[in-house]
Design a binder for this molecule. Structure first.
Ligand SMILES: Nc1ncnc2c1ncn2[C@@H]1O[C@H](COP(=O)(O)OP(=O)(O)OP(=O)(O)O)[C@@H](O)[C@H]1O
Length: 252
């Protein structure tokens, strides 16, 4: 069964057709890769899926619900979380609080609870601490829960961003170049963590990555974009052997 159904998606910025007639069907639980050269339209697809941009054409459905026209926060509540190419953490907050902000997104307090610090407030805070720590543990970040996020090494900040996305309890997690700037060891470790997260939480993941070998190692399906258009889609094997992909993407 498809979790995400994107049909004939398109957007123009003035005269530039950044995304043109893109189709994307992602099954529940799938780990899906979105690749393509610089400027191919990958991040724009994420911005369309998350309501940052409204598409000029096409439809986007998550679990059968139409997302076009919804705001980014409504889309987050509908079940899509994302990370960004450039890390966007609350650097002056602790690692734990970064994850808790995402949990707050699901279970807000009433005004009376937060101002008067009623008993229910402390109970919920405790349960949120526990939930946040559980998520941090998956990313091996529980030992640094009380560090300031900005003081974590780069690779761990990237992991914390994913942890925060996960804390919104998404159906679909969008990761924009999660391994950018990481060394090969950190990258390999991150890919293992992504696979573990998918398995443990049973979520669906769409991943942008430049490195085709890396994507093909963990994704079941791949969509290749070039100049905003679909160049190829299929299993990693299909895509890696597609002559058009080899020419356009690998430049061979
Ligand atoms: N808000 C915008 N206004 C005008 N042009 C835009 C806007 N956003 C994206 N573009 C253009 O759309 C095209 C696709 O950009 P996009 O960032 O989606 O590519 P990408 O595949 O994510 O590239 P990269 O791998 O370099 O991140 C580019 O030509 C970019 O300059």
């Amino acid at each position: 069964m498809n979790l995400l159904e994107v049909k004939n998606l398109g957007i123009s910025f003035g005269g530039l057709r950044a995304v043109d007639n893109v189709n994307l069907l992602i099954e529940k639980g799938q780990l899906y890769g979105l690749i393509g050269p610089n400027g191919a339209g990958k991040t724009t697809v994420f911005n369309l899926l998350t309501g940052v941009y409204r598409p000029t054409d096409g439809t986007i459905k998550l679990d059968g619900v139409d997302l076009v026209g919804k705001s980014p926060s409504e889309i987050c509540k509908s079940g899509i979380a994302r990370t960004f190419q450039n890390i966007r953490l609350f650097k002056k907050m602790t690692v734990l609080d970064n994850v808790k902000t995402a949990l707050h997104n699901q279970q807000g307090y009433s005004l009376a609870e937060s101002f008067l610090h009623l008993g229910s407030y402390f109970k919920r805070e405790k349960s949120m601490d526990e939930k946040a720590l559980e998520i941090l543990k998956v990313f091996d970040l529980d030992g640094q829960a009380h560090y300031l996020a900005g003081n974590l090494p780069y690779g761990k900040q990237r992991k914390l961003e994913i942890a925060r996305g996960l804390a919104t309890n998404p159906k679909l997690l969008l990761l924009d170049e999660p391994a950018a700037g990481m060394n090969p060891n950190e990258t390999a470790e991150l890919m293992d963590t992504i696979q573990l997260v998918r398995k443990r939480y049973g979520i669906t993941i769409l991943l942008i990555e430049h490195d085709m070998k890396l994507v093909s190692g963990i994704c079941e399906k791949i969509l290749v974009l070039n100049f905003g258009m679909e160049l190829a889609a299929g299993t990693p094997e299909d895509v890696l052997n597609n002559p058009e992909v080899i020419t356009a993407y690998l430049g061979e």
